[in-house]
Design a protein around this ligand. Structure first.
Ligand SMILES: [Zn+2]
Length: 233
């Protein structure tokens, strides 16, 4: 949920391997599951006013924090990113369709542990301190950019940041395709440009959240954000 624009700053190679592995894992289920043995289960629970029996509709934001007891199983990609196994088939199907249309996306971010989220915050604070800010001021500024622990959807494993494989596609093409089609695969653009006052997060054309096909279609057709949708339902 960070506001900074994700970049392809890591070498492109492992990210390409990542997309290749997604394809390989589907055709060879054995390889996929043997990899899962290396992955610890995610345990967290979300306590919120909008708690619902459908875990895919859990609301996570700065006022609805993850606490404990959410459980899921992660699929680890070769690029090092992981996603909840429940969103994996649709993510794969979506990537397959994009590639068949000559568009090449990559998962730039998937699941983050609490520790990952804490580290992101600490790194951002240190970046501000390096710029000459006091620790106190740096902490305040960092909170505007990095989601505090428990308030990032990435901690649920059902949100992904999708950008272009920059050697083959450009971000705008990927973002445009996702905006028009991701709902068909159960994903919503979680932080639209016209909902920043409700979500509290700047426009993020790369951040997609899985909610399931029914909810995603309704959210897309109604032109609402998740906060509005859950209020209505
Ligand atoms: Zn994100």
């Amino acid at each position: 949920m960070k506001k900074k624009r994700p970049t392809n700053n890591a070498s492109a190679f492992p990210l390409i391997v990542c997309t290749v592995f997604i394809a390989a894992a589907v055709s060879t289920g054995i390889a996929l599951y043997s990899r899962q043995q290396d992955i610890s289960n995610v345990r967290a629970s979300v306590l919120s006013e909008t708690d619902t029996s459908d875990q895919m509709l859990v609301l996570v934001n700065r006022t609805h924090r993850i606490t404990e007891e959410y459980s899921g199983e992660l699929v680890k990609l070769d690029c090092g990113k992981s996603v909840d196994s429940r969103i994996y088939p649709e993510l794969q199907a979506m990537f397959d369709e994009m590639r068949s249309e000559g568009i090449y996306p990559i998962v730039n971010e998937g699941f983050r542990t609490k520790e990952d989220q804490e580290q992101m915050m600490e790194d951002q604070i240190n970046a501000y301190i390096d710029e000459g800010y006091s620790r106190k001021k740096a902490e305040k500024l960092a909170k505007n950019i990095v989601a505090p622990v428990g308030s990032s959807e990435h901690e649920l494993g059902i949100a992904v940041d999708i950008i272009a494989d920059k050697n083959l596609s450009d971000n705008e093409t990927v973002y445009n395709w996702l905006a028009k089609n991701a709902y068909k695969y159960g994903f919503i653009q979680r932080y639209p440009s016209n909902k920043t006052e409700i979500t509290g997060i700047d426009y993020e054309p790369w951040h997609y959240r899985y909610v399931g096909k029914k909810a995603a279609s309704e959210i897309y057709e109604q032109g609402v954000c998740l906060e509005e949708y859950l209020d209505e339902n």
